[in-house]
Design a protein around this ligand. Structure first.
Ligand code: ZN
Length: 511
């Protein structure tokens, strides 16, 4: 064997004339070592070839994770295993038992992670995040946002097209976003677009977002029914006023008693979501080759309509958010605008129906819809009783805490780790077309991994928050699930015991 380049081998003369299945061996190698191997046209001895392969693989390992609870798509329950990761950041082997460091003595100590009884799970793919850069970097940014993701076990985020200036509505604007993101990402980042459909698809965006109601920012106008007809791939912020415009009590907007959350809740009734979802499902049925997606579902009254569309075979997917499953209107204190988002967090009875729909698969997955802003836009500089839920910015910051927030509620409902993995990683990576390389612990996949302790609790305090504005409705609350390490393509980007966030931004842009 000779090494021709850094990752290219030429296996020249091998001993005997035993015929081998060159094709299957080639496939095997490209999946395990991600190594280009040029096979000699001569016939090779299989055992000799295996020995070479083993040699190559061992010397290609850059990180090993072993533990008693590894979760992959292959098994409903976690099992003891050892994951070998090669220097290209791919998973090169999974061995079905726990290993000791002695087996990997050639590695440096910190390249062998014994996760013990912590859960080792595919990294979270958060398919709905607003990083707001360029243009609104006082709200968030690639650096602070992706550091928060890393600290929360999130290995990929997909950035929404709006709230940055300019929004990601043209290829030029996407390029500005890419320039702004370069060298500042601690996890992998993909992008959605809006408006300029075909060129943006060619430039690599993962999907499109449209509003059926005012988006809240002038530079991202809402779409109408005609726009939907021309679409290729669409997600909808599903709130829309009916034609008679009677959904919203207009007197609420001029009131000065809007520190009461219930008044805001009245201003965004479930009917807004029902109007929009009715239109979206109708379009989805009419243009059934187009994948249609409803973002941040809050209204449980729409679940039957969605269930019917799905059972009719319409390619419709639905997401909900951590806050709709874990916060409830009854628990929002006076003036606590950190709880405001659109559509709103609704009553407990609504929340239980969302949980049922999540468990039965009507809702496909859960995202953060991390949508931060500065404290003044939440009117936090005013006294609580003087704040106005209707006027303050609508958006909740959760990116770093989605896993523990969801797990704490989910475990009360008999949720398995596999459910959690399905909602946070498996289905989200599929939604954005990354299912061949992310969203699983599998040979050949990116080594994107979160190691966490589901039984341990912690309190959310300002000093642990990585996102830019330390404003979140979860402040001061205690949750189950502490993230120990986050690994992005074989690089440790967060290590709770050893300094937290690492200094090198290893995140790639997924374009
Ligand atoms: Zn959003």
């Amino acid at each position: 064997m000779s090494l021709t380049k850094d990752n290219e081998f030429e296996l020249d003369l091998v001993e005997s004339n035993t015929e081998i299945e060159a094709k299957s061996l080639t496939v095997h190698l490209s999946h395990t070592a991600a190594t280009i191997v040029r096979l000699s046209p001569d016939l090779m001895n299989l055992s000799c070839f295996k020995a070479y392969t083993h040699y190559i693989m061992l010397h290609d390992i850059s990180l090993v994770i072993t533990g008693s609870r590894i979760l992959t798509s292959d098994s409903i329950n976690p099992f003891p295993a050892t994951i070998e990761i090669n220097k290209h950041g791919y998973i090169s082997a999974i061995i079905n038992n726990k290993s000791s460091f002695d087996s990997y003595a050639f590695l440096e100590n910190d390249k062998f992670i014994d996760a013990g009884d912590n859960l080792v799970m595919p990294g979270i793919v958060d398919a709905h995040v607003h990083l707001n850069e360029p243009g609104r970097t006082d709200w968030e940014g690639f650096e602070s946002g992706t550091k928060a993701a890393a600290a929360g076990g999130v290995t990929t985020v997909i950035d929404m097209p709006l709230n940055s200036i300019p929004p990601t509505t043209t290829v030029d604007n996407l390029n500005q976003k890419i320039d702004a993101a370069k060298g500042k990402c601690w996890v992998d980042v993909g992008f959605y677009g809006g408006n300029d459909l075909v060129p943006l698809i060619n430039a690599g965006v993962k999907g499109f977002k449209g509003f059926l109601i005012n988006s809240g920012v002038d530079e991202f106008p809402c779409v109408n029914e005609q726009d939907g007809h021309n679409s290729i791939f669409f997600m909808f912020h599903a709130e829309m006023e009916s034609n008679d415009g009677n959904d919203i009590d207009k007197s609420l907007e001029i009131s000065n008693e809007n520190a009461d959350y219930n008044r805001f809740l009245q201003s965004r009734p479930q009917s807004l979501e029902l109007n929009a979802i009715s239109l979206v499902t109708r379009l989805a049925k009419e243009y059934s080759t187009v994948r249609t997606h409803i973002v941040h579902l809050s209204a449980a009254n729409a679940i039957d309509m969605i269930r019917k569309s799905k059972s009719d075979g319409i390619p419709l997917t639905v997401e909900t958010c951590f806050h709709y499953l874990c916060l409830s209107a009854e628990d929002v204190p006076l003036g606590r605008t950190e709880f405001k988002c659109c559509p709103p967090v609704r009553e407990k009875i609504n929340q239980e129906k969302l949980w049922q729909a999540l468990f039965d698969g009507t809702i496909d997955y859960v995202v953060s819809d991390h949508s931060p802003c500065t404290a003044d836009l939440k009117e936090l500089d005013k006294k609580e009783e003087e704040r106005d839920f209707l006027k303050s910015w609508g958006g909740i910051s959760t990116l770093q805490f989605g896993l523990p927030v969801l797990w704490t509620e989910a475990k009360k409902r008999g949720c398995s780790f596999y459910n959690l993995y399905t909602w946070l990683s498996k289905n989200t990576s599929k939604q954005v077309g990354l299912q061949e390389k992310k969203g699983d612990i599998k040979v050949g996949y990116d080594a994107d991994i979160v190691i966490w302790n589901p039984e341990e609790t912690f309190m959310i305090t300002k000093d642990i928050i990585q996102f830019k504005n330390k404003v979140t409705p979860y402040m001061g609350r205690t949750f189950y699930g502490t993230v120990k390490q986050t690994i992005v393509r074989g690089n440790i980007v967060f290590d709770a015991k050893n300094g937290g966030i690492k200094s090198v931004p290893y995140g790639d842009l997924l374009i």
